[in-house]
Design a protein around this ligand. Structure first.
Ligand SMILES: Nc1nc2c(ncn2[C@@H]2O[C@H](COP(=O)(O)OP(=O)(O)OP(=O)(O)O)[C@@H](O)[C@H]2O)c(=O)[nH]1
Ligand SMILES: [Zn+2]
Length: 193
C-alpha cells in the first residue's frame, strides 16, 4: 500500500491547529507538505512487504566454495534510523550487524545494508527490525542461517517519559544454525565487540 501524502498533509495541519498554533503563519505554511515529504522518505519501507524487499535487494552471486561450510559473512555497524510504533518517536544511534552462512550463493554486500535500511523505515519495534532483517536476508541469500544484532537509543525513553538518556537497548536475533549453537552465537558476539 502506497503512503497517502495528501492525507498526511491534512492531518499534520490538523495537529498544528490542535496544538493551538496558526498553520497559516509564515513559518508553518509549508510544514504539512514538508512533514509529508519527510514521512515519504523515513517510512519508505511501509510501501513494501518483506518478500518484496527480498526481491528488490536479492542480487546474489554463485559461490560454490561457500556451500556446505560454516564460512560466515558478517557486516558490522550499519547505521539506520527507525521510529517506534508506540510513540512514533525516533530510534537513533542505531547500529545493525548482520551475519549469515552462505549456502552456495552470496549476497551483494551493499544489499545487506539496503535491506536493513528499508526494514527500519517503518513504524517498528527494535525486536521486529531484527526478525524482519533475518527473514529478508535469509530469503534473499537462500540461507536459513542468519543472525542480527542491534543496538539503539529510543528517544521515547531518553527524551520523554522515564527520561533515561544513558540507556541503550541491545537485541539479538538468531535463526537457523545460530539458534541453538552457542559457539556460533559467541563468534558473532565477539566479532561485534
Ligand atoms: N519492546 C519494545 N518496546 C518499545 C520499543 N520502543 C518503545 N517501546 C516501549 O513501548 C512501551 C509503550 O508503553 P505504554 O505504557 O503503552 O506507553 P507510555 O504510557 O507512553 O509508557 P512510558 O514510555 O513508560 O511513559 C514503552 O515501555 C516504550 O518504552 C521497542 O522497540 N521495543
Ligand atoms: Zn516509543
Amino acid at each position: 500500500m502506497a503512503i497517502d501524502k495528501e492525507a498526511i498533509k491534512e492531518h499534520i495541519r490538523g495537529i498544528l491547529v490542535a496544538l493551538g498554533d496558526d498553520p497559516d503563519r509564515e513559518g508553518l505554511k509549508e510544514t504539512p507538505d514538508r512533514v509529508a515529504r519527510m514521512y515519504e522518505e523515513v517510512f519508505e519501507g511501509m510501501n513494501y512487504t518483506n518478500d518484496e524487499i527480498a526481491e528488490m535487494f536479492g542480487k546474489t552471486f554463485k559461490e560454490e566454495d561457500a556451500a556446505h561450510t560454516s564460512d560466515m559473512v558478517f557486516v558490522k555497524d550499519i547505521e539506520v534510523f527507525s521510529y517506534c510504533e508506540h510513540h512514533m518517536a525516533l530510534m537513533y544511534d542505531m547500529k545493525v550487524s548482520v551475519a549469515y552462512i552462505p549456502h552456495g550463493r552470496v549476497l551483494g554486500l551493499s544489499k545487506i545494508a539496503r535491506i536493513a535500511d528499508m526494514v527500519a523505515k517503518r513504524l517498528q519495534l527494535q525486536e521486529r527490525i531484527g526478525s524482519d532483517i533475518a527473514y529478508v536476508v535469509g530469503k534473499a541469500a537462500g540461507s536459513p542461517d542468519v543472525a542480527v544484532l542491534i543496538e539503539a537509543n529510543h528517544s521515547c525513553m531518553t527524551a520523554r517519559g522515564i527520561k533515561k538518556p544513558g540507556t541503550k537497548t541491545y537485541t539479538t536475533t538468531f535463526r537457523g544454525a545460530f539458534e541453538n549453537d552457542v559457539n556460533l552465537q559467541n563468534k558473532v558476539l565477539m566479532m561485534n565487540r
